[in-house]
Design a protein around this ligand. Structure first.
Ligand SMILES: CC(C)(COP(=O)(O)OP(=O)(O)OC[C@H]1O[C@@H](n2cnc3c(N)ncnc32)[C@H](O)[C@@H]1OP(=O)(O)O)[C@@H](O)C(=O)NCCC(=O)NCCS
Length: 156
């Protein structure tokens, strides 16, 4: 049987058929108090202001990203998840680049996100891609963890 990792990763728009796999990955990535519920993913899928992309290897979902934009305002990275067995292969980075590309097509000049201050892998990823810390939200999460707001200029 061919090595699973020899198959290329591709990124495409998410669809309703992906929701089961998305929810499974979300629950592997986040504790119950942080994980998004199914109806929130459904909302992000059907409302046009949001971009929702999935990364897949063959027919298996490896991760996803959601971002939102509002006319005249900064865009936001809402969430980014990579399946634990698929990490450290550049998938998270590729998903962020795909979303930034969609924001650039929509002439968005700046992207923001919030990330837990103890989430070292995500913090490193965003720093590597040029995001800078602009403020701290004290006790932002249900477990009292602080969050950083980070931002990046992406205008062409
Ligand atoms: C954060 C996350 C999306 C990274 O996905 P990934 O596909 O493993 O990331 P990549 O392989 O693209 O890594 C890109 C960079 O991120 C950083 N990074 C990723 N994993 C890391 C880890 N375990 N420790 C330290 N830095 C890490 C590194 O700087 C890496 O660059 P390098 O490979 O040149 O060192 C993934 O760990 C994840 O899904 N975590 C749980 C969900 C989450 O916290 N999402 C972020 C919400 S804000």
């Amino acid at each position: 049987m061919p090595d699973k990792r020899s198959q290329q990763i591709s990124i495409r728009d998410a669809g309703l058929e992906d929701l089961d796999a998305i929810l499974k990955i979300e629950n592997l990535c986040f504790s119950q108090d942080k994980a998004y519920p199914l109806n929130l993913f459904l909302y992000y899928l059907i409302i046009p202001e949001y971009h929702f992309f999935v990364a897949e290897r063959g027919k298996t979902l490896s991760g996803f990203i959601i971002g939102g934009e509002r006319e005249g305002a900064d865009a936001w990275i809402i969430t980014l998840d990579v399946h634990p067995s698929e990490r450290k292969q550049g998938i998270g980075e590729s998903l962020v680049y795909r979303l930034e590309g969609a924001f650039q097509e929509a002439r968005i000049g700046r992207v923001r996100l919030q990330v837990g201050v103890r989430n070292i892998s995500a913090l490193n990823l965003y720093k590597k891609l040029g995001y800078c810390r602009i403020s701290t939200l004290r006790a932002y999460y249900a477990n009292n963890e602080d969050a950083y707001i980070m931002s990046k200029l992406i205008g062409k």
